[in-house]
Ligand binder design. Structure first.
Ligand code: ZN
Ligand code: ZN
Length: 238
């Protein structure tokens, strides 16, 4: 049996940007989380988004409606991928927007690695609503910058889309596999394909385009053999 980490894609559903919105108007995008099975457990990178719940703030329900979410339940998606919810030993969200941290509440007591800059940003207005990423029993582990979370698996700080954005690098015998999160939006953006959906065009308040470019350069310098994305079912090179 191999002990090399195995990366499993978890398709969490899709959402459609508002037609009158500032970014990607009318575009439907997928949301993909990843599980990394390694010798010491299963590391979960992102938790997708969740359905609006009856007790939710009306503002949040409206927000969910605005994005026309088509949500999949993480336990179902994990089960389909052969992973039991109880096997998850640690979690990281690439960032704390609702489409990457929406089902965090499934993991009380499980360490959730987060950059201090992200936790600070999330408390600002207009970032996201706390009932999305935070919950009773949440155990946020603040780590600034790059950080090894298990042998051969490390968080790689990639600020830009958000102040504490982070990617994940998984070492394999053939070279690093990069889980970019939203540091790079799509395979087409990574490969420089004209017309691809690109995150670098993001001009929302809080988006840092210079930081985004610096983070992409850092990721390129890793020379990964494979790159997987938070908003693209297709990886690079295939
Ligand atoms: Zn985001
Ligand atoms: Zn996103």
């Amino acid at each position: 049996m191999t002990t090399d980490p195995q990366v499993v894609a978890l398709p969490m559903g899709d959402l459609t940007f508002p037609a009158d919105g500032a970014i990607f108007p009318g575009q439907t995008v997928v949301v993909v989380a990843y599980a990394v099975r390694h010798a010491g457990g299963v590391f979960l990178f992102d938790t997708g988004f969740r359905e609006a719940a009856p007790g939710d703030d009306p503002e949040l329900r409206e927000y969910f409606q605005k994005y026309a979410l088509r949500t999949r339940s993480l336990p179902d998606v994990l089960a389909a991928a052969g992973v039991d919810l109880g096997e998850i030993t640690a979690v990281a969200n690439c960032h704390l927007h609702f489409d990457h941290s929406g089902q965090n509440a499934l993991f009380p007591g499980v360490p959730i690695y987060v950059q201090p800059a992200e936790l600070a940003a999330v408390r600002e207005p207009d970032y996201t609503l706390p009932e999305v990423y935070d919950f009773e029993g949440a155990r946020f582990e603040q780590v600034a910058g790059d950080h090894e979370v298990a042998p051969g698996i490390r968080i790689f700080a990639t600020p830009g889309h958000s102040p504490g954005h982070q990617s994940l690098v998984v070492e394999t015998p053939d070279g690093p596999v990069l889980l970019a999160g939203q540091a790079v939006y799509t395979r087409g953006e990574w490969a420089g394909i004209p017309g691809a959906l690109v995150g670098s065009s993001d001009t929302r308040p809080g988006a840092d385009q210079a930081g985004y470019a610096r983070s992409v350069a850092r990721l390129k310098a890793l020379n990964p053999r494979r790159v997987l994305f938070g908003h693209d079912r297709q990886g690079w090179p295939d």
